[in-house]
Ligand binder design. Structure first.
Ligand SMILES: *Cc1c(COP(=O)(O)O)cnc(C)c1O
Length: 238
């Protein structure tokens, strides 16, 4: 019985989030279909992930390889379903991550980019990635500095097995969701400023920004991927 109630809550939450995304898009005259919902599933069991899939979620985001593997196995391959890697990625885990995840959101250094390129080459595939930008200039966060992304892109553009699709950021924590807006805007403007005819492989079409607290604002500011965890699955212990 408890399970039934639980699944009901997850389905309702998914509908609410999708509804809020649609409304936020309409407020700024964006097409709602251009925004994709990623359900962040750290600490969420496979059973509850399946409930979210039942309710229409198609992208799942995991932070840790070790935690993701049994869940990917339990959920199994499904039409239109993909897993994204959204957490800090250690170089020694790259080999296992490449090809398993449709998109890596968290490429935060040239060294990591080079390792993904190398491993993707070995596996005979092209790995889609986003570059993580330390948009608030926080000492506690990794990522490219806003001023450093252009140079990084010039190097990464020559990595044949890497497909850079856009940028990702996690703004500094703010008491109010509105506090994140200037950072979201900055990321969008940064991506626009980087669109350059000298880049061949790089297409900065994706902006991965916005979490449970502030995804509606992120949508208003141009997010194409929002990463929502607790607003779907409830509060975590972390
Ligand atoms: C946990 C996590 C999220 C989701 O956070 P919520 O506040 O639960 O929505 C989004 N992005 C990343 C990188 C995360 O680690």
């Amino acid at each position: 019985m408890a399970d039934v109630i639980q699944s009901d809550v997850i389905a309702r939450n998914v509908r609410t989030v999708l509804d809020n995304i649609r409304r936020a898009a309409q407020r700024v005259s964006r097409q709602p279909e251009t925004i994709r919902l990623l359900a962040a599933t750290k600490s969420v069991s496979a059973d509850r992930i399946l409930e979210a899939i039942q309710a229409g979620v198609r992208i799942l985001g995991e932070n840790r390889l070790q935690e993701a593997l049994p869940k990917i196995d339990a959920v199994g391959p499904r039409e239109g379903l993909s897993w994204h890697f959204i957490g800090r990625l250690q170089r020694r885990k790259v080999k296992a991550v490449v090809g398993l995840f449709g998109l890596i959101h968290s490429v935060d250094s040239l060294e990591l980019a080079a390792e993904i390129d190398r491993r993707a080459g070995e596996a005979g595939l092209r790995q889609a990635v986003l570059l993580e930008v330390n948009i608030g200039g926080e000492a506690s966060k990794t990522g490219f500095t806003p001023a450093g992304v252009a140079d990084a892109l010039a190097v990464i553009d020559r990595m044949p097995n890497l497909g850079v699709k856009g940028l990702m950021a996690i703004p500094p924590p703010t008491a109010e969701a509105e506090g994140a807006r200037p950072y979201f805007r900055r990321l969008r403007e940064l991506a626009r400023s980087l669109a350059s005819p000298t880049l061949h492989r790089v297409r900065l079409e994706e902006l991965s920004m916005g979490m449970s607290q502030d995804y509606e604002i992120a949508v208003e500011e141009g997010a194409t991927l929002v990463r929502v965890g607790s607003a779907i699955f409830g509060a975590r212990d972390d």
